[in-house]
Design a binder for this molecule. Structure first.
Ligand code: NAP
Length: 297
């Protein structure tokens, strides 16, 4: 069977290495990014350039989007000059951004009127997972369409799980984000408490990193907090977006998420201090302001 021609929209921190992995896997690729200069590296590797999301869709069989937030996905897919104006019956559109589950369902409904299948397929694994093609991909939508797109997903990630109908991929991703956000705060409080009481932080991490407190956040973010390395893998700004999406959905469904709301307020304080573009490990800066202790080695 001839390989799908893939159109890729959004060459940010995640999208650029993902698009590169599709090229490396041998897919014919056409790309579009709002800031055109960010397309250059992909073009030098053999990708073609589209003039607009509509133009990109006209030259693709499968379109992938990974942009920032719900209105941005709406704009590139449903807006003027959006993907929807260039699609043909039988095509597939896959959104891999983290957005509102309800918006994913709205996009699916609009595309289905044109005979186009939609998959919401958000990811975990961060920039590292995008570069190394080891993302975990949570998919909502038609299972046969997922099977058709499996070669594409396999070029991007190591685990692909069908979560249910449209929107359920996003629900899974938001559950992941709730767990991650709360876990970051747990690491911050533990480190701050230990530092204030004078513990040797090397010994602390050695003692607890593979015990019951072990976690991805403790292993990966605690050393960064202690080194005062606040460069983003995943930014406070994007984590705040995901907390907002989770709280909006929870409010709609009358689900209490008290600790998620609290973490959101602390991260909002970090943003107000001017660190919104720093990584989520910068949450420690809010705890430091409250406790008056600097958390370092
Ligand atoms: P990013 O580096 O900030 O890149 C955002 C991309 O979206 C850029 O290409 C940007 O274009 C484009 N964009 C934003 N608004 C747009 C609009 N209105 N129209 C057209 N293009 C628009 O973000 P990222 O880290 O790659 O994250 C992308 C998505 O993946 C987000 O939904 C995020 O939550 C999710 N995600 C991120 C991570 C992570 O670790 N970073 C992990 C998992 C999931 P310009 O270049 O023109 O600005």
């Amino acid at each position: 069977m001839q390989r799908e021609r893939v159109g890729f929209i959004g060459l940010g921190r995640m999208g650029k290495p993902m698009a590169m992995n599709l090229l490396k896997a041998g897919f014919e690729l056409i790309v579009w990014n709002r800031t055109r200069s960010k397309m250059e590296e992909l073009l030098s590797m053999g990708a073609a350039a589209a003039h607009s999301p509509k133009d990109l869709a006209e030259h693709s069989d499968v379109v992938i989007t990974i942009v920032s937030d719900t209105p941005d996905v709406m704009e590139v897919i449903l807006g003027d000059n959006g993907v929807i104006h260039g699609v043909r019956e039988g095509m597939v559109v896959i959104d891999m951004s983290t957005i509102s589950p309800c918006a994913a369902q709205q996009i699916a409904a609009a595309l289905s009127e044109r005979g186009v299948q939609f998959l919401d397929a958000p990811v975990t694994g961060g920039e590292k997972g995008a570069i190394e093609a080891t993302l975990n991909i949570m998919v909502g939508g038609d299972e046969k369409t997922l099977e058709r797109c499996m070669p594409i997903f396999k070029a991007l990630g190591k685990k692909v799980v069908h979560m249910g109908g449209n929107g359920m991929g996003q629900v899974a991703k938001l559950a992941n984000q709730i767990i991650c956000a709360i876990n970051i705060l747990a690491v911050c409080e533990g480190l701050m408490f230990a530092k204030k009481l004078g513990l040797d932080m090397n010994k602390l991490l050695d003692a607890i990193s593979d015990g019951a407190a072990s976690s991805w956040m403790l292993s990966n973010l605690a050393p960064k907090m202690l080194e005062r390395d606040f460069e983003p893998g995943f930014s406070i700004r994007l984590q705040l977006k995901d907390i907002r999406l989770a709280l909006e959905m929870a409010q709609k469904m009358m689900i209490p998420l008290p600790v998620t709301a609290l973490v959101g307020q602390l991260m909002r304080a970090v943003e107000a201090l001017g660190f919104g573009d720093k990584g989520t490990q910068a949450t420690i800066l809010a705890l430091e302001r409250l406790s008056g202790v600097e958390v370092n080695w």
